[in-house]
Design a protein around this ligand. Structure first.
Ligand code: IPD
Ligand code: CA
Ligand code: CA
Length: 264
């Protein structure tokens, strides 16, 4: 079920990846700032979203799209919504750090039914469909079913997080939570692409992840991939946009006890 969508998204994501790699580590990035000096966008972000939008509307002219760069487009009455982050990890991309990804999800009547995350430099592909499990393929190899880590304790766990773009003007910026977590885990990572962080949780490469103030395009595909990999995603606060903890059930519980002990 939903395989039709996956068969369409995978080659599209790979084509977008080729476009991004043609700009990566060149002097043609065209870097601009958005909400503040930490929030950057490049030519590759914008061209990637156009490529995705044109391909989606070419194939599904009656659907609608929500993309980070272009906002809502298409048939506003459609029950199908494509949620697109054309380049997740732009700070990494703009610096030449190879962790960045393309995130494309499809929602039907508000429920995510398909999700693909592709990290082009690493050539790692993560795919899930609702009820159909989660899979990873890398370096052109065969696709294998994935599952979240089985670790039960934080002291042997490697956990990732991230920090919001308004971190310099709002002291509620995850630094206090991170400083409480650091002594209790094997180590903490800030990989710089929320979609890739979630995909790594789905494979067990990371044992857990949390981040506040995310946008739907950062996490829509990644959340489905984690859930279909037998993981759990918990929304730990509702006052700062999307704020999520991901991992297996126990790891999510442990992280929540540290970063949000008083929240339900
Ligand atoms: C960002 C990345 C980053 C996360 C930020 C996101 P962008 O997305 O996912 O890891 O910490 O909150 O906005 O701006 O590179 O698409
Ligand atoms: Ca993003
Ligand atoms: Ca982006």
């Amino acid at each position: 079920m939903y395989q039709e969508y996956i068969d369409f998204i995978i080659p599209l994501a790979k084509k977008v990846g080729e476009l991004q790699l043609s700009y990566f580590r060149t002097d043609r990035l065209g870097i601009e700032t958005k909400s503040n000096i930490s929030d950057v966008v490049t030519r590759a972000d914008k061209e990637s979203e156009e490529l995705i939008a044109n391909a989606l509307f070419g194939k599904y002219p009656n659907h609608k799209i929500l993309g980070e760069e272009g906002g809502f487009r298409g048939n506003e009455d459609s029950e199908y919504l494509w949620v697109v982050d054309p380049l997740d990890g732009t700070t990494n991309f703009s610096q030449g750090i190879p962790i960045f990804s393309i995130s494309i999800a499809l929602q039907y009547k508000g429920e995510t039914i398909a999700g693909v995350v592709y990290a082009p430099y690493l050539d790692e592909l993560f795919v899930a469909t609702k009820g159909g499990g989660a899979y990873m393929a890398y370096h052109g190899g065969e696709s294998k079913r994935i599952q979240v880590s089985r670790k039960e304790r934080l002291d042997s766990s490697v956990i990732a997080t991230g920090f919001p773009y308004d971190k310099s003007t709002n002291t509620d910026n995850n630094t206090q939570e991170a400083s409480r977590v650091v002594p209790l885990v094997r180590d903490l990572r800030r990989l710089g692409s929320a979609a890739y962080d979630l995909s790594c949780v789905a494979t067990g490469i990371l044992d857990g992840y949390w981040e506040m103030s995310l946008k739907i395009w950062d996490v829509c595909a990644g959340i489905l991939i984690v859930e279909e990999a037998r993981g759990q995603v918990c929304y730990y606060r509702d006052d700062r946009s999307l704020s999520v903890i991901a991992g297996n059930e126990l790891i999510v519980k442990h992280i929540k006890e540290i970063i949000a002990p008083d929240r339900d």
